[in-house]
Write a protein that binds this ligand. Structure first.
Ligand code: PMP
Ligand code: GLN
Length: 406
């Protein structure tokens, strides 16, 4: 039998992720990678030192399945300090291998084959894959361009008698939308009315700008008993490669997620756990500085993109910014992103891979701005070549210089 014929149906659509594909393309073409979302600077020194000390001190064997107690305490204390939410570190906190594992374990724990999961579309890629692994059906509710706003009527209409869970991501990847109090109150009202579970992906909880405020859904009326809150150290502390995440919820919900987690990875990275505990306990100032720097980077990239003829949708959270690429003569973001490395040495991510309604995402492209200022500047310089090429094409076509063009 041909080896691809052995593949199970439920993983047929799980090809290489767009992030891995685009990062490989960036390396192969020596392009600037504004595709995959990872920062090019490290997290706080004291956190890195703590991990080194843990390895040197012999913290290298299996930790407890739910995570070391100091980390579970730090996670619970963080939720109390920032949001006034209280979780018991022993029964209501689970440490996972990144938010990715927490999401997969929660979806596998709660979604039966044929049950529907309502998620904001565009969807982060692992949602679609995990819902498929569980045999569930995803139902998208659009955060669609050009303004990427949640349509409350569309959300209300998405519920059916097969709806099992809502999967909410705010701040939202890839749009950068931060759901506001009215959006969250409506989501909460509908979740209670239809008696569904809510899985809430809050990995960008601290990356919010301007006057945007991150409000956990678990804090809204009726939500605490039905919400699994998921986050991770990756974004908050610039340590995407450490893969330390967590899930919070009632003992019953966390028991169910733990039951799956223990057979996915059993436990998660021992020496990183004390380091993340320390970062959560002592890192608020570092996080505030990093947030302010990111806001500057957001503004820097936005200004740069405007100079090359791309009008960005200004994100109020995450480290991603989206643009419509039609002004540069492309109708399709995938085509644009495939051409970009060769044409000017920059990599971005096409939106449409995050949609079932591919048409809605077709002209949009996502740019990551969690990069050094000189990297962002160089990317803009390189993108400027697209316009030079277009001007030359005009010269060729009309035998005139662009300045002569009326
Ligand atoms: N959710 C969203 C919305 C993300 O953007 C990411 C990616 N970085 C994750 C989850 C995964 O987080 P982690 O790296 O902690 O697994
Ligand atoms: N979350 C990151 C992004 O959106 C990538 C993570 C991954 O590659 N799976 O770019």
């Amino acid at each position: 039998m041909a080896s691809d014929a052995w593949q199970a149906d439920r993983v047929r659509s799980a090809t290489t992720t767009i992030f891995a594909e685009m990062s490989a393309l960036a390396l192969a073409t020596q392009s600037i990678n504004l595709g995959q979302g990872f920062p090019d600077t490290d997290g706080p020194d004291f956190m890195l030192d703590e991990a080194r000390a843990a390895i040197a001190g012999g913290v290298n064997q299996y930790p407890p399945g739910r995570g070391i107690r100091p980390l579970r305490e730090a996670i619970a204390e963080h939720a109390r300090r920032h949001y006034g939410l209280s979780y018991d570190p022993d029964s209501e906190v689970l440490v996972t291998t990144g938010a990715t594992e927490a999401l997969a374990a929660a979806i596998l724990a709660f979604v039966n084959p044929g049950e529907e999961v309502i998620a904001l579309e565009p969807f982060y890629d692992s949602y679609a894959a995990s819902i498929e692994l569980a045999g569930g059906r995803r139902v998208g509710v659009g955060l669609l361009g050009p303004d990427f706003r949640l349509d409350h009527a569309e959300l209300a209409a998405a519920f059916t008698d097969r709806t099992k869970a809502l999967l909410i991501n705010s701040p939202h990847n890839p749009t950068g939308v931060v759901l506001d109090r009215a959006d969250l109150a409506e989501i909460a009202r509908l979740a209670v009315r239809h008696d569904v579970l809510v899985i809430c992906d809050e990995v960008y909880e601290h990356l919010v700008f301007d006057d945007a405020e991150h409000l956990p859904l678990a804090g809204f009326p009726g939500m605490r008993p039905r919400t699994v809150r998921i986050s991770s150290a990756g974004k908050t502390f610039s340590a995407t490669g450490w893969k330390i995440g967590w899930a919070l919820g009632t003992p019953e919900l966390i028991n169910a997620v733990t039951a799956v987690k223990q057979f996915l990875t059993y436990v998660s990275g021992a020496p990183f756990q004390p380091a993340v505990a320390r970062a959560l306990n002592e890192g608020d100032e570092w996080v505030a500085r990093s947030r302010a720097q990111l806001e500057d980077k957001r503004n820097r990239l936005a200004a740069g993109l405007r100079t090359v003829g791309l009008e960005p949708h200004i994100p109020r959270g995450t480290y991603f910014m989206s643009t419509d690429v039609r002004p540069l003569g492309y109708a399709d973001g995938v085509e644009f992103c495939r051409d970009l490395p060769e044409r000017c040495g920059v990599v971005a991510i096409p939106h449409q891979v995050f949609y079932d309604r591919v048409e809605a995402g077709r002209p949009y492209v996502r740019w990551a701005f969690c990069k050094a200022d000189q990297v962002l500047d160089e990317a803009i310089t390189r993108l400027g070549r697209l316009n030079e090429a277009r001007d030359l094409a005009l010269v060729d076509a009309r035998g005139t210089t662009p300045r002569d063009v009326p």
